[in-house]
Design a protein around this ligand. Structure first.
Ligand SMILES: [Zn+2]
Length: 207
């Protein structure tokens, strides 16, 4: 997502913010984004660029566990706004962000500053990051358990209906058997009748 995070450092006079205020501002942004994005699927990474060059400023890179969730998020977010600005989202083929990250920045000594062409990833407070990823894990676990319980319920339902089917079939067979017994008895009595008639004929002949 391009140019989403608007660092107050770069839009207003830098001296008017303390480091704590800036961190708080960023943490709130990160939390807000994480909660919104987690609705599309499991987030594995959420990176926000701290660069000031046009092509990187405020860019957000999200790595979803599943590609289809990234697709869903991209389609949905392209129709939305953040902080009054439309969002521009595209799918990225990049699998590993480490390659595009500035090593010097991570070591705290990038001489190119905000205009560096490698990504300077803004650091979110550790406790917040842990809290967000932990709650996502818990939420997914509960969701999975619910899905499994539903699957079991569906299976049980299927088994019950199959049993009912067997019982019904058995009843049907019983009925057929009774019916065929009846038929047999009918045909028996008919042949009885034949015998009787023949006997009658015999007697008539002899009388
Ligand atoms: Zn750098």
């Amino acid at each position: 997502m391009g140019n989403v995070y608007q660092n107050p450092m770069y839009i207003t006079v830098p001296v008017s913010y303390t480091n704590e205020q800036l961190q708080e501002h960023f943490d709130l942004f990160f939390e807000d984004l994480f909660i919104e994005l987690a609705k599309f699927g499991e987030i594995e990474e959420l990176n926000v660029c701290d660069n000031v060059g046009d092509h990187l400023v405020g860019n957000v890179y999200i790595r979803f566990r599943y590609e289809e969730d990234a697709q869903k998020a991209s389609e949905n977010l392209n129709d939305r706004f953040y902080a009054g600005k439309p969002l521009y989202c595209e799918l990225s083929p990049v699998m590993d962000f480490k390659e595009s990250c500035c090593r010097q920045y991570d070591n705290g000594d990038c001489t190119r500053g905000g205009f560096c062409n490698f990504m300077h990833l803004k650091k979110v407070s550790k406790h917040l990051k842990r809290e967000l990823f932990d709650s996502q894990k818990k939420y997914l676990k509960i969701k999975r358990q619910k899905e499994e319980a539903n699957k079991r319920l569906e299976k049980d339902k299927l088994r019950v209906s199959e049993c009912q089917g067997v019982v019904k079939e058995k009843r049907c067979n019983d009925k057929n058997r009774k019916y065929s017994n009846l038929e047999m008895r009918n045909s028996l009595s008919q042949s009885d009748g034949d015998v009787n008639e023949r006997e009658h004929d015999k007697r008539r002949k002899y009388s």
